[in-house]
Design a protein around this ligand. Structure first.
Ligand code: CA
Length: 337
């Protein structure tokens, strides 16, 4: 296969695929076709309603894309990530000129409790923060080669996936993979957040955003594969970094289809025009669904370290807690986006 050409493998029986094609997809895992309940009726409103969907089988990266992997892509293609390019004033009417610099969103932990209604108390749009400088210009990825790449926009993730001959998952594909075969469980590993007191994902301990107790051993991102795999053998689906999906975001799921004949098959989400932020109608920047939560998710602030959890991310936004992983669909699904 040549770089830049999306890979598709012939559709065979699941077991055959898993055995015979494994060598073709190092560090990818075959997720068998399934019908499952997507979303949740027991957590945040945007996860409702839980509803049945069916998804064809696909391969998915065992880990989020790492800095090392992204660096190979940049070396080969000279890709310049969105965060490294000063914004075009024409694209941001009304923006203050001195705010139009190249940069990205960095979490800066306050020293003391702050008003949690104002996310500006911990998010900083930091000049010269980008994937090589995850905490700002004076930081680097040295020693963090196996951490997930961060500060990537949707377009950066898509460009990388195309280069590897892969694509990005839909929300339904991502959520199926994250559930690890445990249909309806709250977490990727079952219904208990800390089974036997064990941390199953890199999240936040302490009172967010100022108190980081670091009970799981990591403040910020962690090397991929540090925490246990889910039932499919996938690591870091939950916590560490949020992951881009291809679905446009609306703050709810479609309703359950009662007739089994008509269960949505390989759903692709709503239309772009539905994804604008209704609270900021003057800003016409579409938003994608990101999944999985991150190292900044805390029980006392944002319990989104679950497969059903979802969040809107504007496509031009990059941050220190958002990355991605790729998938490959069998040949029979080619052209499904
Ligand atoms: Ca942590």
């Amino acid at each position: 296969m040549s770089r830049g050409e999306e890979r598709h493998v012939p559709l065979q029986q699941d077991a055959e695929l898993a055995n015979e094609q494994a060598a073709a997809f190092p560090d990818m895992v075959w997720i068998p076709a399934a019908t499952y309940r997507m979303g949740s009726d027991h957590h945040y409103p945007e996860e409702r309603p839980a509803h049945r969907v069916s998804v064809d089988g696909f391969w998915i990266d065992r880990y989020p894309v790492t800095n090392e992997r992204f660096a190979r892509f940049v070396t080969a293609t000279q890709h310049v990530s969105f965060a490294e390019i000063p914004p075009d004033p024409a694209q941001y009417p009304g923006a203050l000129p001195h705010m139009l610099y190249a940069g990205s969103l960095v979490f800066v932990r306050p020293d003391a409790p702050v008003d949690r209604h104002n996310i500006g108390n911990w998010w900083s749009f930091m000049q010269a923060a980008d994937w090589r400088h995850p905490q700002g210009p004076r930081t680097s990825i040295e020693g963090r080669e196996q951490h997930p790449v961060v500060h990537v926009t949707f377009a950066d993730a898509e460009a990388f996936a195309t280069w590897e001959g892969k694509t990005l998952p839909t929300e339904a594909e991502w959520e199926l993979a994250a559930r690890g075969g445990l249909d309806g469980a709250a977490y990727a590993w079952g219904d208990t957040f800390l089974p036997d007191g064990r941390y199953m994902a890199n999240t936040w301990q302490g009172e967010f955003p100022w108190q980081s107790l670091c009970g799981d051993g990591y403040e910020g991102t962690s090397p991929v594969g540090t925490f246990p795999a889910n039932g499919y053998g996938l690591h870091d689906m939950i916590g560490n970094v949020w992951e881009w999906t291809t679905d446009w975001y609306v703050a709810k799921h479609p309703g359950e289809v009662i007739k089994a004949c008509c269960t949505p098959h390989n759903p692709r989400g709503p239309q772009l025009a539905d994804s604008y932020d209704p609270r900021q109608p003057e800003i016409l920047i579409p938003r994608k669904v990101i999944k999985g939560g991150s190292h900044l998710c805390a029980p006392n602030y944002c319990r989104r370290y679950r497969p059903a959890a979802r969040f809107p991310e504007p496509i031009d936004t990059s941050a220190c807690h958002v990355g991605f992983r790729c998938i490959v669909r069998p040949e029979s699904q080619a052209g499904n986006g």
